[in-house]
Design a protein around this ligand. Structure first.
Ligand SMILES: [Zn+2]
Length: 395
């Protein structure tokens, strides 16, 4: 059950839903309630985040865009700040209350050369308000209220019974996660078409929050994801004590020493995602003991290692490089170019290596590329060896 495995990643690591690492160009200092000041901030921060869709307002406390602070969503933004100021008594809430009571937040002037979409964090007495523990509690409560379907039932993720169910599964990624442009987030479990705003899978509030936290976290960690040449996203994570398994590094930068030192305990999960008409499609899933996956990676290198007679060594090629060598060889620049639209996808090599299946398409493509360019290379030979391994009945 891949839902439960993904939720377990968030639960194990105590990830919190509703936060995302983003670039924040501005800070608004409200220490002096009569003289609020915008100054450049220019840093990446974990800030409150909720998906916005449609025309309605969905403010985010402590850090939002200039459009929310000053523009058309200003009322929704100040209403939320007021609710936070009234629900909490920490330093962040007190500073917000003072600024709201002084009326200074209604007459802000945007900083020069800023854009409405620029993010702004609030700061008072040297403390960033989005880092206030009271604000985190307020934001969590607000998100759970927004997700609550008002129903109880069986959760398809944790199998809990009589659990409060979520309206939808808030597992989203931005299009940039797939090398695409565009602003709106894509949903892994999009709301039901028949009943908009409701989930196609009944999931409890806890699991919905866990799934919403897990997906962007994995996609944001370089040691937990790989974006393939064709723009699919491979995510992986360890459970049951597997820790941070270096899956991407092992298959990108072949190193027998790293393979020998890789952890062997626990289970490994991986999933392959691709964008599909405004949503995210799950196209492949792995959930196996770490030891099994390691055996397959060893077998992959045993099969694709190419003997170099000059140096009397075995040369290993990482998957991205192997795939790149399916492109057309340019003898002038001595580089590979132009992967044609019919080139089998890089993701096929990852799923082949991890599942132990042979990528016949890629071996055929290597043969075609070798004939076309009249050039053989280590990566192409590696793929051809996969083909002959298949002919000899290897697994
Ligand atoms: Zn659940």
């Amino acid at each position: 059950m891949n839902l439960a495995r993904l939720a377990a990643y968030a639960t194990d690591r105590r990830l919190v839903y509703g936060w995302r690492r983003r670039y924040v160009p501005w800070v608004l200092d409200i220490t002096d309630p009569h003289d609020p000041r915008f100054t450049p901030h220019g840093s990446h921060e974990d800030v409150p985040y909720v998906r916005r869709s449609g025309k309605g307002s969905a403010p985010r406390p402590g850090c939002d865009t200039l459009d929310y602070l000053i523009g058309r969503h200003h009322d929704a933004w100040t209403d939320q700040l007021r609710r936070f100021a009234e629900h909490d008594d920490g330093p962040g809430a007190r500073a917000a209350r003072t600024a709201l009571d002084a009326g200074i937040l209604t007459s802000l002037v945007p900083p020069p050369s800023s854009k409405p979409s620029d993010l702004v964090v609030l700061r008072a007495s040297g403390q960033l308000i989005h880092q206030d523990p009271g604000l985190a509690r307020f934001w969590e409560a607000q998100l759970r209220t927004g997700l609550d379907a008002g129903l109880h039932g069986v959760c398809l993720c944790c199998a809990g019974t009589a659990a409060p169910l979520a309206r939808l599964v808030p597992a989203y990624l931005p299009p940039s996660a797939f090398r695409q442009n565009g602003a709106g987030d894509l949903a892994l479990y999009p709301a039901s078409k028949n009943r908009p705003g409701t989930s196609p899978v009944p999931v409890c509030l806890d699991c919905a929050c866990a799934l919403g936290a897990a997906l962007p976290d994995l996609a944001g960690r370089p040691d937990h994801h790989h974006r393939t040449q064709e723009g699919t996203l491979l995510l992986w994570w360890g459970l049951d004590g597997a820790g941070d398994f270096p899956l991407g590094a092992l298959l990108t930068h072949p190193d027998p020493a790293a393979l020998a030192a890789a952890p062997t305990s626990g289970r490994l999960c991986a999933m392959l995602l691709k964008p599909a008409t405004g949503r995210i499609a799950l196209t492949w899933f792995l959930d196996e003991p770490t030891r099994t996956v390691l055996d397959r990676i060893r077998h992959w290198y045993d099969t694709t290692g190419v003997y170099d007679g000059w140096s009397d060594t075995i040369r290993l090629t990482g998957i991205p490089s192997m795939h790149h060598q399916l492109g057309r060889w340019n003898p002038r620049t001595r580089t590979y170019q132009h992967l044609s639209p019919t080139t089998p996808p890089e993701s096929g090599l990852w799923t082949a290596a991890l599942s132990g299946h042979l990528p016949h398409q890629h071996a055929r493509a290597a043969l075609t590329a070798t004939r076309r360019d009249n050039r053989v290379s280590t990566g192409r030979t590696a793929l051809l060896q996969l083909c002959s391994a298949s002919a000899h009945g290897a697994r």
